[in-house]
Ligand binder design. Sequence first.
Ligand SMILES: Nc1ncnc2c1ncn2[C@@H]1O[C@H](COP(=O)(O)OP(=O)(O)O)[C@@H](O)[C@H]1O
Ligand SMILES: [Mg+2]
Length: 298
Amino acid sequence: MGEEEKEKRERRVIEESVELLSEAAKRAPELKGVPTGVDGLDELFFTTKIVRKKPKKIPLGGYPSYAVINLTGVPDTGKSLMVEQFAVKQASMGHKVGFITVESPAAFVSTALKSRATAMGIDEKDIDENIVLIDAASYTALRDDIPTLLDTLAYAIKTYKIKFTIIDSVTGLYEAKEMLARSIVRRLFNFMKKWYQTALFVSQKRSGHEELSAEAAGGYAVSHIVDCTLVLSKKMIASRYDENLFGKPIGELVRLFRIDGCRLCGHDTDTHYLEITETGLVKIGPSLKDIRAKSYAK
Ligand SMILES: Nc1ncnc2c1ncn2[C@@H]1O[C@H](COP(=O)(O)OP(=O)(O)O)[C@@H](O)[C@H]1O
Ligand SMILES: [Mg+2]
């Protein structure tokens, strides 16, 4: 900038952006646990309270409220099952859930949601009126134009008083334009914050990405922006080393789960077994550490 230009520029102070902690805190939502619908997962998030002058760990009982959570993994690791279980659980508790489906048309997702409900022992009548599907798989305009998608979602949120939003998957919104991943995820994230949504974003990893890392299509864009990242993976037991490490025989497939990070609350950091039951429900199992400790104790 030349001297002349510098003089021309008027001083501009955005006073509204400056405030005391006490003021900002008045708008801060309360941190609560939002039941995940996944056995073994609610217990892995916690918060800290001061009890008799000492910090004490208190279980949260679910995902941290108002968080934007990224679930990432290669295909067939249980990402869709996990977000469907969340939708069904919240709907069964009487909450309105917005489900943006990007890969599979709404009719197919409705079948999946109903079979998830059956497996969870929940009557489909208890979720029918509480899950709002937004079909970005069938309507290209929603997939190709983020402002249109967000206007449509804002309409759905206002109409149905939606508190929870799921996007399966955000990767589908920047297919063949991964360099836009960061800016698209940033807009989605800001939107969720503005509308006080607790949100789950599914993102896809390619096999080239290291199995248990938070990297997904578009690099680390998603995990840098969101509040929490959960990583799902699967692994074929292929060596004596694996056999020893995972306590399973060669040829068996093991699924693993890890909370990679969460900036809103405390969380477990171990790698856990993830099980998909015969009826198609994801369950979080014990940590590898606990299994090994037990096998040494024998
Ligand atoms: N209804 C079902 N019954 C039993 N197993 C299922 C069912 N649906 C999915 N699965 C199993 O769960 C795996 C993961 O499914 P999914 O959540 O769709 O994976 P992702 O979304 O990570 O690609 C599938 O590969 C399949 O083995
Ligand atoms: Mg899926």
